[in-house]
Design a protein around this ligand. Structure first.
Ligand SMILES: Nc1ncnc2c1ncn2[C@@H]1O[C@H](COP(=O)(O)OP(=O)(O)OP(=O)(O)O)[C@@H](O)[C@H]1O
Ligand SMILES: O=C(O)c1ccc[n+]([C@@H]2O[C@H](COP(=O)([O-])O)[C@@H](O)[C@H]2O)c1
Length: 248
């Protein structure tokens, strides 16, 4: 593809547990960007949130990483990034995106930043190897559902400068959700409107409101979650009695 931009799509979330919709987000975002822009999506990354995020019912990061690894066995291009879970505390999303961009810059874009190298305690993550071998620069963009975009308006939740950096410096790819209106949301925000060209809205026509909350509820009640979540993920959940499945 001439003049194409190479892109890493990074999704941040609890993934508690990862659902098929979390995996599908990557597929529809990549298709959309290929069809409508010159963005060539090479790698997808899922960054599970730190244990200290403290959301109710959050199982340990090590279990969520295992669940993501199992879920991602069905994907050839989406990987887990463990960096966020390995920090001492919760990391704001702008810093998570920035860290991954700097890692890519130092190893792929030829822009070496020694401070980033110091943080790579476990060597080079395997997904980076998919980005080498081309001179086109690589940009990391935040992939999210419209509910995450709309959470930007919750008073005191996100720092203004972080929102500005996420949309101004990196860019967002937003998947619509039932009941969301990201176009109206952008219209009502000066900062989002200013950076509108950097926000790609992907309309999910095949609406599917599976969420981790609903999956946890079904598990708790002993209801089936087959076809909402990968079989290997369900197996791990039962084997390790996560989400109160031992009560079944
Ligand atoms: N059905 C869905 N459609 C579009 N985006 C989704 C969907 N489910 C999750 N996402 C997106 O996936 C990312 C990670 O989400 P998260 O782990 O919070 O999932 P969730 O299912 O919404 O979780 P919970 O129900 O525990 O709040 C977020 O950007 C969220 O908007
Ligand atoms: O960076 C922030 O200020 C910020 C504020 C609120 C939420 N987030 C991130 O958004 C994600 C939300 O996940 P969840 O499961 O709470 O919907 C998670 O990765 C959080 O770290 C990030």
């Amino acid at each position: 593809m001439t003049g194409s931009h190479r892109v890493v799509l990074l999704a941040c979330g609890s993934f508690n547990p990862p659902t098929n919709m979390h995996l599908r987000m990557f597929e529809i975002a990549r298709d959309f960007l290929h069809r409508t822009t010159n963005h060539n999506v090479i790698v997808g990354l899922m960054s599970p949130v730190h244990d200290k995020y403290g959301k109710e019912g959050l199982v340990s990061a090590s279990d969520r990483i295992q669940l993501l690894r199992l879920a991602l066995n069905s994907s050839s291009w989406v990987h887990v990034s463990e960096w966020e879970t390995r920090q001492d505390d919760w990391t704001p999303t702008r810093e998570v995106v920035q860290y991954h961009q700097e890692l890519v810059d130092s190893l792929v874009n030829g822009n070496v930043d020694p401070s980033v190298k110091r943080q790579r305690v476990d060597g080079t993550p395997s997904w980076l190897t998919h980005l080498t071998g081309s001179t086109e620069p690589v940009t990391v963009k935040l992939l999210c559902g419209a509910d995450l975009l709309e959470s930007f308006a919750k008073p005191g939740l996100w720092k203004d400068e972080d929102i500005e950096a996420l949309v101004g410096k990196f860019g967002l790819v937003v998947i619509t959700r039932e009941g969301s209106n990201p176009y109206k949301f952008i219209y009502e925000s000066d900062v989002l409107t200013r950076h509108q060209r950097n926000i790609h809205i992907v309309t999910e026509w095949i609406t599917n409101e599976v969420s981790s909350t609903k999956v946890r509820r079904a598990l708790r009640r002993g209801d089936s979650v087959k076809y909402l979540v990968q079989d290997s993920v369900i197996e791990y959940i039962y084997k390790n009695a996560l989400y109160n499945t031992h009560n079944k």
